[in-house]
Design a protein. Structure first.
Length: 259
């Protein structure tokens, strides 16, 4: 059974989508079977993996509303491409899902039920969450074995993190007792910056071994790759961003996959 990981933080701009796309690609390079589920209406993970989000007629929206199965929504890399992870795409249609699901029974379990039919086909399923603690994020956390939390190495890095931890605790008590923290990932790290070093020390002091040894640097190639519709490892395999996500993938694989 594949490990389902929600990549989440209600703060925007901390590297959730960058991590979802590039960690998935790094795992795929490591010969892991990987699925990315884009559950953000912005659809950035969809674009980051090379798909036109506006052209997608079957997305995670139809999966959540029960119109199609997860299997029917999966996109696989085209023949002759560099390969990479599979994807359940998203676009702006997903914005209406919360309103449509609000009075539905077990609305917070829609994604969990949908992914259960494909979970055995993958080693890892990464869910790219929106920058909020809404019903979409709750669906991701209920579906997940664990949460991977990117934290930007800047001022107010820990702001709002306690709220996310509270939500995770509530979901663990009421809907998903196996949910745990996979790890905290320091992003946009610059070792020459005193503030970044201070934030890193503070996060490691608070969360100890839950913080990944790997840090994600500020890297021009990481910023450029999405505009070419590809993970950074396919754009520039030798840049620091690619090396960091490969290191993170190895850390994740070393942690093991649930039986």
């Amino acid at each position: 059974m594949g490990k389902v990981i929600a990549v989440t933080n209600q703060k925007g701009g901390v590297g959730k989508t960058t991590t979802s796309v590039n960690l998935a690609a790094a795992l795929a390079v490591g010969e892991q079977r990987v699925l990315v589920v884009d559950i953000d209406p912005q659809g950035n993970a969809t674009m980051g993996l090379g798909y036109d989000k506006k052209a997608q007629e079957t997305t995670v929206y139809q999966v959540l509303t029960g119109e199609v199965s997860a299997t029917e929504a999966i996109l696989t890399p085209a023949e002759g491409s560099q390969g990479g992870p599979d994807l359940i795409p998203s676009n702006s249609n997903l914005s209406g899902a919360e309103i449509e699901l609000v009075d539905q029974e077990n609305r917070e379990r829609r994604l969990r039920r949908a992914l259960s039919e494909v979970q055995d086909q993958y080693d890892y399923i990464l869910i790219d969450c929106p920058p909020s603690l809404n019903l979409l994020t709750v669906n991701a956390l209920v579906a997940a074995h664990s949460a991977l939390i990117p934290i930007q190495c800047e001022y107010y890095a820990l702001e709002g993190l306690s709220q996310l931890m509270d939500v995770i605790q509530r979901i663990r008590r009421k809907a998903n007792p196996e949910l745990r923290i996979e790890g905290l990932l320091l992003t946009m790290y610059d070792s020459r910056n005193n503030l970044a070093n201070q934030v890193s020390e503070e996060v490691r002091e608070h969360f100890g071994r839950k913080v990944y040894e790997t840090t994600i640097p500020r890297n021009v190639r990481l910023g450029e790759a999405p505009s070419f519709g590809m993970p950074v490892i396919y754009y520039d395999a030798l840049c620091r961003g690619s090396e960091s996500y490969l290191d993170l993938a190895h850390e994740l694989m070393d942690a093991g996959v649930p039986a």
